[in-house]
Design a protein around this ligand. Structure first.
Ligand SMILES: [Zn+2]
Length: 184
């Protein structure tokens, strides 16, 4: 999270854990120990898990044969089958995007950022996620001004983690040049 051009890390570096925002009190278990965190509902892993659950429940999908053969269903396959008209694949990608929109609405209501930037595997394989999330988020935000917040795709791609890590170090060096020189 960037606040006034600086990385906001919060007390104990605990800020920005948007993926662990509680969205569904009875939702799936998360690796953080809680239930119904945003990432259990809108991440790539969540989409794949939902696809397996629905196929096992007997919902029709052009991906059913892959599940039956115990072949791993990838996110790319889900996006491809959605594009080719598979209803279940499309529904699950849209469901994940709606949950993401809920999470973003909560962030907007708390912080009113001047832009929301999306990145990651799900956005890369299913860019429509941003449009759906924007529609849901803007329908649920309080201030009328938030309707003008741009929702955009990150240009960093797979490098975003590296760039973020480098930015933390860069900010630390510029914040504490003397300490940095002494420690080096
Ligand atoms: Zn969690």
């Amino acid at each position: 999270m960037i606040v006034q051009s600086r990385i906001h890390r919060g007390f104990g570096n605990g800020a920005g854990e948007i993926g662990h925002m509680s969205i569904d009190i009875d939702g799936p278990s998360c690796n953080c120990g809680n239930y119904g965190c945003l990432e259990t509902l809108s991440s790539g892993i969540a989409i794949k898990r939902r696809m397996q659950e629905e196929i096992r429940r007997g919902v029709e999908s052009s991906l059913s044969s892959f599940e039956a053969e115990a072949a791993p269903i990838t996110l790319k396959m889900i996006a491809q089958h959605a594009q080719e008209g598979d209803r279940l694949a499309n529904d699950l990608l849209e469901e994940a995007a709606r949950y993401l929109g809920l999470g973003v609405a909560n962030v907007i209501n708390l912080l009113a950022p001047d832009r929301v930037i999306f990145g990651g595997e799900v956005i890369d394989i299913y860019p429509q996620t941003i449009q759906t999330a924007e529609k849901i988020a803007k329908a649920r935000t309080f201030s009328p001004q938030t309707k003008n917040i741009p929702f955009i795709k990150s240009s960093f791609g797979e490098q975003s983690g590296l760039i973020g890590a480098a930015a933390i170090i860069q900010q630390w060096v510029f914040d504490t040049p003397e300490t940095t020189v002494m420690r080096v």
